[in-house]
Design a binder for this molecule. Sequence first.
Ligand SMILES: [Zn+2]
Length: 193
Amino acid sequence: MTRPHDEVEANFFIDRINEMYKHDPKTYEKYFGDKTIVEIKDQAIVNTPKPKKKFKLGKKSKRELIGVHPYLSFAVYKAIERVEYDFGVFDGLRTKKEQEKLVDRGWSKTKDSYHLYGLAVDLVPYLDGQYRWTIQQHEDTKKAFENIHTVMKSIIEEYDLPIENGWDLWHWDKPHWQMTGWKNKYDYRKFKY
Ligand SMILES: [Zn+2]
């Protein structure tokens, strides 16, 4: 079993030890024979690593979400609380010039990207002090992308949000999340930020 990190789990742990005492006194004696139940319990809690700290969006990521559709930024804020791998937010809003540059470099395939409308974000795993843009880079990168993907999908389903992933849509562009079909409903360029 995993180590307990609070009173409830510690009690569960103690119950297992009591079972051991009943069914396997030899092993019990070996590991716990010289300790009182209170000592065992204290040790169980003290020796336990604290629950993993949740990730938070950094300043830059938060800035990227300004001007992005609230559905999308809501999903991203929820996702960072639930993921097991850290990520950063990129390209909440792109200018036309930035988009053209990306197309020229072959990094994007459309001049009329959802990023221009505040209807797309790229969520990029941050591992060992580096942003990892493609799955091929590392086995851990793959796991991180899978985890972010699963978490985003569960949030989308839970809140019934009109958001899709680049990989699911076109079988490339894993970091990309967009609100397909919303270009005529929401255009940040109509608003002044
Ligand atoms: Zn994108």
